[in-house]
Design a protein around this ligand. Structure first.
Ligand SMILES: Cc1ncc(COP(=O)(O)O)c(C=O)c1O
Length: 413
């Protein structure tokens, strides 16, 4: 195994066509697409019967530990179109201290902060930009709460593609700066992410850029799908009992759900599925409200607010796909307060030495709440998704100082 084999070897993609997630309308692969005719997300479909014959677990096990080890299950056909910044497999980390405190058998954190640009958004954007390169797209635009824009900026620049990005005006400074430093043009907008999305939509005709908003192009979800592929492979081709996922636009949750179906179809896993638990913030919980009301779609959440900016998404175009996956899996949607998110962030950092992002901390808060409400068993093997490095977020200042010119009272330290 050479480290870059996954990036340079010619391996077949088994893509067959694209399909409207709502109506089943069939569209040709290898052409530029945004939404279906019904205005709904498009899903990439593969010839899974052929893949079943061609791909083995043993062959996969020989490959380098990165996202591109799953080339057969990804849409990029030619190695020359892969735009890589080093999409390493992310670790599953045990939380023995927290498990002991809560009396739980197994809490695992999948730490996505190790990816390029410090977040799981790299998975989706590396795929969208690689496909844009394959399809000859020259200019990409998107709305972002921060992390997705940073990933688009990085990959588009690496591929020599122009990028223009719009974010809510209170987006963390670090995100706006990294987007600009990584070569994109970035604007702060006095509104929320869906207001930014409207600007991107209007600019499609006026500027001619390609709209790479969440689920408005077919490939980000294929990149996010690799979270599910990777997780199951790491667990020896077994699914966990439950996955707690911080849900904004929901690409990751939908992508993982798709991954499990594809893995079953190629014979790598059985029919068991993890319970998918969509975690939202109490100040922006459209999926929780729709889940509890038994609705298929989630109406816009007005006055959305939370410190976990990545999940401050008032309305999601893939709402019906998120709710479908949560329901089919026997999972649920749950909201946690900002206070609980802060407390969870603190607890995990102090007990385990792992600095989560606020969205990741929300999953631990939700896990605790679910245990207390009896919605999850202590014996369940659970995976919490930490979607970004905690280092990307503002931290409370430390005010403890020492005056080196005075005698130091070491007994008090
Ligand atoms: C750190 C973090 N967690 C979670 C999310 C939500 O992800 P998704 O759109 O897959 O629901 C985001 C999106 O911006 C994010 O940045």
């Amino acid at each position: 195994m050479r480290w870059e084999d996954n990036l340079i070897a010619e391996r077949p993609s088994f893509v067959s066509h694209l399909e409207c997630a709502m109506t089943g309308e069939r569209l040709e692969a290898d052409q530029v697409h945004n939404l279906s005719r019904a205005g709904k997300p498009l899903l990439v479909r593969y010839d899974l019967a052929a893949m079943r014959k061609a791909l083995t677990k043993d062959a996969l096990a020989q490959r380098a530990p990165d996202l591109w080890r799953y080339r057969e299950l990804l849409p990029v056909r030619k190695a020359e179109h892969i735009v890589s910044l080093g999409e390493t497999m992310t670790p599953l980390i045990r939380m023995p201290g927290l498990s002991a405190t809560l009396g739980s058998d197994e809490i695992l954190v999948k730490d996505e902060g190790r990816l390029p640009t410090g977040s799981f958004k790299a998975r989706g954007l590396v795929m969208a930009v690689s496909m844009a390169k394959a399809l000859g797209i020259k200019h990409m635009a998107m709305p972002t709460n921060g992390n997705a824009g940073a990933a688009l900026a990085a990959y588009a620049t690496h591929a020599g593609i122009k990028s223009t990005i719009f974010c809510p005006e209170d987006t963390p400074e670090v995100n706006v700066s990294e987007i600009a430093l990584q070569g994109a043009t970035v604007y702060r907008v006095n509104g929320l992410i869906d207001d930014c999305g409207k600007i991107v939509g209007e600019g499609r005709a006026k500027v001619g850029w390609f709209d790479v908003s969440t689920l408005k192009e077919p490939y980000r979800i294929e990149g996010k799908k690799t979270m599910g592929l990777e997780l199951v492979e790491q667990l020896g081709w077994e699914v966990p009992d439950a996955i707690f996922y911080p849900t904004g636009g929901g690409t990751g949750l939908i992508g993982m759900w798709k991954a499990f179906a594809e893995l079953e179809a190629i014979g790598f896993i059985g029919a068991k599925r993890p319970r998918m638990i969509a975690v939202q913030a109490a100040g922006c919980a459209p999926m929780v409200r729709a889940f509890e009301a038994g609705q298929e779609h989630a109406p816009r959440w007005e006055n959305a607010h939370t410190i976990a900016s990545g999940i401050r998404v008032p309305q999601a175009i893939g709402d019906f796909l998120i709710l479908r996956a949560v329901r089919e899996s026997g999972g649920f949607a749950i909201a946690v307060s900002d206070e609980a998110i802060n407390a969870a962030l603190d607890a995990v950092a102090r007990a385990e030495g792992l600095l989560l992002c606020p969205e990741g901390a929300a999953t631990y808060a939700a896990y605790q709440q679910s245990l207390a409400e009896g919605r999850i068993k202590r014996s369940d093997r659970v995976v919490l998704f930490n979607c970004a490095s905690g280092l990307k977020y503002p931290m409370p200042p430390v005010r403890r100082t020492l005056d080196r010119l005075k005698p130091i009272d070491f007994a008090a330290l």
